[in-house]
Design a binder for this molecule. Structure first.
Ligand code: HEC
Length: 169
């Protein structure tokens, strides 16, 4: 039994040292212009989702957004976010430059709930292109962005025109 426990501990240590050596010796890839393995993608994405879910669990739900809030959120999106996340009402362009790639929100929408979206915009996602916007927006603006993002690929009729009035002349 003693031998078994010792063998188990040694195996764990070897595994741990192997993992550390893999990273310390530079075997992991960091370039953004090659596709990472499916394993890396799934581990990283689920870690981000789980972390956001946990962190945002204590964020209270805001009051339901009205049309004015959605328009305000949409205008903030157009001014500050669409350069990376995709033009509102524009064609789909896959992000091939960043990893993790920037989700093209007007086309793919998001699976996050409003408090989670509020939390992401406020705090950002570490080691990605998504920075923390908390210092730049008021609480009201963060919630209007969250409400807008929740509906970004399913906006009520006429909303797009209110956010981006067509240029005349
Ligand atoms: C420099 C490019 C860039 C800008 C500008 C940017 N983002 Fe992001 N954003 C990203 C990247 C990259 C990710 C993906 C991070 C990941 O996969 O973990 C992301 C992820 C997100 C997500 C998570 C979406 C999902 O469903 O996975 C939200 C919400 C978001 N951004 C909102 C915003 C808002 C709102 C703004 C403007 C205030 C903004 N972003 C500006 C690059 C950007």
């Amino acid at each position: 039994m003693k031998k078994f426990v010792l063998g188990f501990i040694v195996a764990i240590l070897i595994l741990l040292i192997g993992c550390l050596a893999y990273f310390a010796l530079g075997f992991s890839h960091t370039r953004a212009d090659t596709k990472p393995s499916a394993l890396e993608i799934s581990i990283l994405q689920s870690a981000v989702r789980a972390s956001v879910r946990r962190a945002a669990a204590s964020v209270p739900n805001s009051l339901p957004a009205n049309d004015d809030d959605l328009v305000a959120g949409g205008k903030l999106y157009v001014a500050g976010c669409q350069g990376c996340h995709g033009d509102l009402g524009g064609p789909y362009h896959e992000d091939r430059d960043l990893f993790p790639p920037t989700p093209q929100l007007p086309h793919v929408g998001t699976q996050y709930a409003e408090p989670e979206l509020y939390w992401i915009v406020k705090h950002g996602i570490r080691m990605t292109g998504m920075s923390a916007y908390g210092p730049f927006y008021s609480e009201k603006q963060l919630w209007s962005l969250a409400a807008f993002l929740r509906r970004i690929n399913n906006l009520p009729p006429g909303m797009l025109e209110k956010i981006r009035p067509k240029k005349t002349g």
